[in-house]
Design a protein around this ligand. Structure first.
Ligand SMILES: [Zn+2]
Length: 328
């Protein structure tokens, strides 16, 4: 028998404790790493994309574009697990936007950033069915669209005649009804196309000075063309308006669902009636120079929930509304 002195015994115990602590901390680190690196639920994995801005256990949200400019539309894709409360509507800068279910647990929406939206960090709210709200940070960048100065007959810029003022008032009431009538459905099956391939005379978003008076920015694009050129619909939809407006002249407005409208203004003649279902490419009228214009052209615009957005950008974005969530 060898008697170890108490000093050596103590040293051995200390060594054992040290080894145990070492092993324990390594195991702990391993466990933490396993927790951190655990794969996301398989349903969510396929939904995590470059443009994902929010992910929780029950909800994945993607935005296109991730960093919108003033005057741009934003396509929102939402994936929910069954357990998650259903998303009801979106809220951006105080405006409510409709959501449409495109598949089980898959939703789409289109928001619009106004030309005069505040810049920098804002919030996009998703109202859920259980009355909770998911707040997603959204950064808005400046849209620099330039300015233009136009000279027009005074009565066209600041009308004074009673008949004209009455018509403008009636137009406003009628347009408010039209823009309030869209449903939470997608009425088109092909991405939008530019109705005419001709030169853009005036781009979107230009700040306008009419007879040196500042007016609202240009809400669409002006496309060059001769009077009588057939004008096709940019996408399928329902004709919400076909008639005469004081400023816009002969005009057609198509409802594409989800509060998305396309506008065709200053037409010479109209070839569709309100309530008609139109397909992409179908002729809706002929190019002209009616209303407040300096010459024949087609003014083509996209209005989403009362907000004008860049129609050329929307052509690219409209594709994403039609693609399954997770395959954008
Ligand atoms: Zn125009």
């Amino acid at each position: 028998m060898i008697n170890l002195d108490s000093g050596v015994k103590k040293q051995m115990v200390a060594e054992k404790i040290k080894n145990f602590i070492g092993l324990f901390s390594w195991s702990l680190i391993l466990i933490i790493m396993l927790i951190l690196l655990r794969p996301l639920p398989s349903w969510a994995q396929t939904k995590i994309l470059e443009n994902t801005v929010y992910q929780a256990d029950n909800l994945v949200v993607s935005l296109f574009p991730k960093l919108p400019l003033q005057g741009q539309a934003v396509i929102v894709s939402i994936s929910c697990r069954q357990a998650s409360p259903v998303p009801r509507q979106l809220v951006l800068l105080g405006k409510k936007f409709k959501i449409v279910a495109v598949d089980e647990g898959e939703y789409k929406a289109v928001c619009a950033v106004p030309l005069n939206a505040p810049l920098g960090s804002q919030q996009l709210g998703i109202d859920l069915a259980d009355a909770t709200v998911v707040e997603i940070p959204l950064t808005i960048l400046a849209g620099n669209y330039g300015e233009e100065h136009l000279h027009l007959p005074a009565e066209m810029v600041n009308p004074t005649k009673v008949a004209h003022l009455m018509q403008i008032k009636n137009d406003r009431i009628r347009l408010r009804q039209i823009y309030g009538s869209s449903k939470a459905v997608i009425r088109f099956s092909q991405p939008f196309i530019r109705p005419l391939k001709s030169t853009i005379i005036t781009p979107f978003g230009r700040r306008r000075f009419l007879n040196e008076t500042p007016k609202s920015p240009h809400g669409g694009i002006d496309l060059r063309g001769k009077t009588g050129t057939p004008v096709p619909a940019a996408a399928g939809g329902k004709v919400a308006f076909s008639g005469k407006l004081y400023y816009s002249g002969n005009a057609v407005i198509i409802d594409h669902g989800l509060d998305v409208f396309s506008l065709y203004l200053h037409l010479d003649t109209l070839s569709v009636a309100e309530g008609d279902q139109v397909n992409q490419g179908q002729v809706i009228g002929k190019l002209g120079s009616t209303g407040r214009v300096t010459g024949p052209h087609l003014h083509w615009g996209i209005k989403i929930n009362g907000i004008f957005v860049d129609p050329l950008e929307f052509i690219n974005e409209s594709r994403l509304l039609l693609q399954p969530v997770g395959e954008e």
